[in-house]
Design a protein around this ligand. Structure first.
Ligand code: ADP
Ligand code: MG
Length: 720
């Protein structure tokens, strides 16, 4: 009996209960799940490189046979190095290839002379024996006994899968091959027919793409005429077909989310009255930039509409998002509603609280602070003021605002520095509507982020939100000068800090950890002791880190803001949002440890006034190649957009957004960065379909087909 798509994987040949458990841990339960577990790379095993043809620096695939292998004598245990010598498989050819496997203990006793394998990796010159070419940690796939090699292993373009638990690429390939053999000649294909017919005639495709069944089969086992490079770029027609499908369903989910929001009852704020315009103008401490004006216009237009606003406000560090948020809050407050502003850290919440107090002083709005550090009695009183409606502008940390706070009349929710919260948290937050009582309208939601996200990614991450961008910095900023240096030069760095402080400026010195640990990283507390005694005995040095009590933190920040503390030794607690314009020096020790986004945020703490600012990134003598690229990027540009692009390149979108557990943003074949055009196209199609009232039954059909599991994956969960 051929396996059906919805059959459990454990009934497939070669799977069994144990492997079924491993697969389930990866979310693979039924045959269909397995068929959508796609190769991440392909190898052309119709032709292999001969060992004597190998060039240093080149990447090669070799059909090889073991000559000898064993652990290197001086490196055992955890750091074992396995040395393997192979020759070309088949008729005896001249030449040996040497391979070294670091952490290779597991190979001991596994490989026999004459054993056949496929090796894939980059060749280099052996640094100790310059006449020898070697491969370090090549990918190795053992082949079954000679002759008996089945057609999935060699003699074709072979798919390479990421191993799952104990299931190697080779095992997965066999199981998937088996599953495909039994697959029906046709598979239901729910993508709207009319859409496909139309798309196939556009220049993007110029002709029909394979059916869903063929697309799946050919993505696993490409036909012989397929081009290897095209496959590895995921641009074969079969792959494109699957990518289109995946994006389409995802965007359909977003389109439905958005439609749902638009149909909810929100608040139609009055914004055009003179009284309100005056109030908004009054809170402005300075002339807004063109970008700030435009963005406020977009927000005000949303607020005026009866449907709830769901808008993303994007702007680089220091571009002036806070004041825009306070202006939006003014509209809500003047309409008799409350505004809640949620910040990712207490320090930031306190800072927003202080600037709101300052900005709203003349207007006389009642500003409330809600953080966990407040004494219980004060917190209770504050909550009562929120519930009664006497508090008008409420600032706090995410957790504290969510935790059972009832608002009398919540009109606007502002989420600051959203990228720290994660996608799912935002969803929950918006869905929950923060303290909304039954029967009350949905508040407007404004999400602010300083991560400048390339458009294709924001279509994915924030695809259900409208987007406003502040693409201009306030006037009078002098560019920050960034220097990369090594520990060796620290005395000079401390001397430089001293001279800047002597000129009335302030400085930050950042460490990666609070206390000393085995990792041999310098720690904030110990360095604070050392620096304040040895480097700057006569200066006022302060210490700040996340494990201090709230009042202590506030007190230190307050003294730094006032200039009483001249040099602040800190961990990354000050990473986001902190705004002290007189601070012009940022020293980051162990800069090699920090990601680009973090370094950019840290550097964003300076360059906020008109004085010239200096960022000094300190690392040990030899940072890794990747760390070096990060540091060089920082030295080259202060453009958050460029930095984000580089960050994405280096880390991939999953890590970039800290959503690694969801894979590359939860996609299986598609990649928002690589497949930009298909993403845009799928988005247009999905949104057009949902917005077209005549297609209502088509949309219902799709949602029903996708079923609960897919609905969840494509964020369709609460639709229908
Ligand atoms: P971010 O976008 O990083 O949250 P902030 O709102 O903290 O930026 O603003 C950065 C600094 O620039 C603050 O000190 C703020 O007072 C100042 N600022 C904002 N807008 C303007 C403006 N239009 N003109 C002058 N200074 C401004
Ligand atoms: Mg900010």
């Amino acid at each position: 009996m051929a396996p059906g798509l919805s059959d459990e994987v454990k009934y497939l040949k070669g799977v069994g209960p144990q492997r079924a458990v491993m697969l389930a841990q990866r979310g693979i339960q039924c045959v269909e799940d397995l068929l959508y577990y796609l190769p991440f790379r392909y190898e052309d095993r119709t032709q292999f490189s001969k060992i004597r043809e190998i060039q240093p620096g080149g990447t090669h695939t070799i059909l090889a046979e073991v000559v000898s292998g064993g652990l290197v004598r001086f490196a055992r245990g955890r750091n074992a190095i396995y040395h393997l010598a192979v020759r070309d498989a088949g008729p005896v050819q001249p030449g040996l290839l040497h391979c070294r496997f670091f952490h290779g203990g597991y190979l001991e006793g596994k490989l026999k002379t004459g054993q056949r394998m496929v090796l894939h990796g980059k060749a280099d010159i052996d640094p100790y024996r310059p006449t020898r070419i070697e491969m370090i940690n090549p990918q190795m796939e053992l082949l079954s006994g000679d002759g008996a090699t089945d057609s999935t292993e060699v003699g074709r373009i072979v798919p390479i899968y990421e191993a799952i638990g104990g299931m190697s690429s080779r095992t997965l390939r066999r199981v998937i091959y088996g599953a495909l053999q039994g697959l029906d000649a046709t598979l239901p294909d729910p993508l709207p027919k009319s859409m496909l017919e139309r798309l196939w005639n556009t220049p993007a495709f110029s002709g029909r793409l394979p059916s869903k069944r063929d697309a799946i089969a050919q993505t696993h086992f490409p036909p012989p005429q397929e081009d290897l490079e095209t496959l590895n770029a995921f641009r074969s027609r079969a792959q494109q077909r699957l990518i289109l499908e995946e994006f389409f369903y995802y965007q359909l989910g977003l389109a439905l989310q958005r439609q749902k929001t638009r149909r909810e009852t929100g608040i139609a704020f009055r914004v055009r009255e003179d009284r309100i315009r005056e109030a908004v103008k009054r809170v402005l401490p300075f002339k807004p930039t063109g970008a700030q004006k435009r963005v406020l216009g977009e927000i005000a237009a949303d607020m005026e509409r009866p449907a709830p606003m769901h808008r993303l406000l994007q702007g680089d560090v220091g571009s002036g998002k806070t004041i825009v948020a306070l202006e939006a809050a003014t509209i809500a407050i003047e309409n008799g509603y409350q505004t809640a502003l949620m910040a990712p850290t207490e320090i930031l919440a306190v800072q927003h609280y202080l600037s709101a107090r300052r900005v709203y002083a003349r207007a006389g709005y009642r500003v409330e602070l809600l953080i966990s550090g407040l004494p219980a009695r004060e917190k209770k009183a504050a909550r009562e003021r929120v519930a009664k409606g006497t508090a008008q502008f409420i600032v706090g940390t995410h957790a504290v605002i969510e935790e059972a706070v009832k608002f009398a009349r919540l009109g606007l929710v502002i989420v600051d520095e959203q990228h720290r919260f994660g996608v799912m948290q935002r969803k929950q937050l918006i869905e929950k509507g923060v303290g909304r009582e039954k029967g009350q309208p949905h508040p407007d939601v404004l999400v602010m982020t300083a991560t400048p996200i390339p458009r294709t990614l924001s279509l994915t991450m924030y695809g259900d939100l409208d987007v406003s961008v502040i693409d201009e910095l306030p006037p009078g900023r002098t560019p920050i000068e960034t220097r990369v240096t090594t520990e060796h030069h620290l005395p000079g760095v401390w001397e430089f800090v001293r001279s800047e402080v002597a000129r009335g400026r302030q400085a930050y010195v950042i460490y990666p950890v609070i206390e000393e640990s085995k990792q041999e990283l310098k720690a904030a507390t110990a360095e604070y002791e050392r620096l304040s005694k040895q480097a700057w005995p006569r200066l006022r040095v302060g210490l700040l880190h996340g494990r201090m009590r709230s009042e202590e933190k506030e007190d230190v920040m307050e003294r730094f803001r006032k200039g009483e503390i001249q040099i602040l030794v800190s961990t990354t607690v000050i990473e986001v949002g902190v705004d002290v314009p007189n601070a012009t020096v940022m020293v980051v020790e162990h800069a090699e440890r920090f990601g680009l986004a973090q370094l950019h945020q840290l550097r964003g703490r300076i360059g906020r006034g008109s004085e010239k600012s200096h960022c000094i990134l300190v690392s040990p003598k030899k940072p890794t190649e990747e760390a070096k690229r990060r540091l060089d990027t920082m030295a080259e540009t202060t453009d958050g957009f460029k930095i984000a692009e580089m960050d994405l390149q280096l880390r991939g979108p999953g890590e970039f957004f800290g959503t690694r557990q969801h894979g590359e943003l939860g996609f299986q074949v598609a990649s928002p960065l690589r497949d930009k055009e298909l993403l845009e196209l799928a988005r247009r199609e999905a949104f057009a379909l949902v917005e077209n009232p005549r297609e209502e039954s088509e949309v219902k059909r799709l949602v029903a087909y996708l079923g609960p599991k897919w609905q969840r994956r494509y964020q369709l969960a609460r639709v229908g």
